[in-house]
Design a protein around this ligand. Structure first.
Ligand SMILES: [Zn+2]
Length: 130
């Protein structure tokens, strides 16, 4: 019997690896990102801005210690950051409440009750059928 492969997990692993590889200074001590695929573009923009702030503005390098979803929003915990970086991180964490964690869409996004998840209606329908 042929083994079934879960391509969605493979894709997720690849995305995690690519972000960690793309921003080695930020992810020096953080080797996993525990969120759905939909927030990767948001994380990419956040890391790009933090990298520019560090290299161009000479702000201290931000180092992530944990990146995950909690209560339906992104959490980007850092070792240290100046008030400017904290502001950007808080803003991006707040934005995640309006972006589907599964596909990245900003249309028809809802927050589920109970096991809180920020998800668009089409993804919610697929999620409930799994
Ligand atoms: Zn979605």
């Amino acid at each position: 019997m042929r083994k079934e492969y879960d391509f969605s997990k493979m894709k997720r692993r690849y995305r995690v690896a690519s972000l960690i590889k793309k921003y080695p200074k930020i992810f020096k001590n953080c080797k996993t990102i525990q969120t759905g695929n939909g927030w990767y573009w948001l994380l990419d923009k956040l890391c790009a801005q933090l990298t520019i702030d560090s290299s161009v503005c000479k702000y201290p390098q931000v180092e992530a210690i944990q990146v995950k979803e909690k209560f339906g929003t992104l959490r980007f915990y850092v070792k240290q950051a100046n008030p400017h970086a904290y502001g950007i991180i808080l803003f991006v964490e707040g934005l995640s409440a309006y972006i589907c964690e599964e596909c990245g869409s900003i249309d028809n996004v809802v927050t589920t009750k109970g096991c809180i998840k920020t998800i668009c209606k089409p993804c919610l329908k697929r999620w409930k059928n799994e």
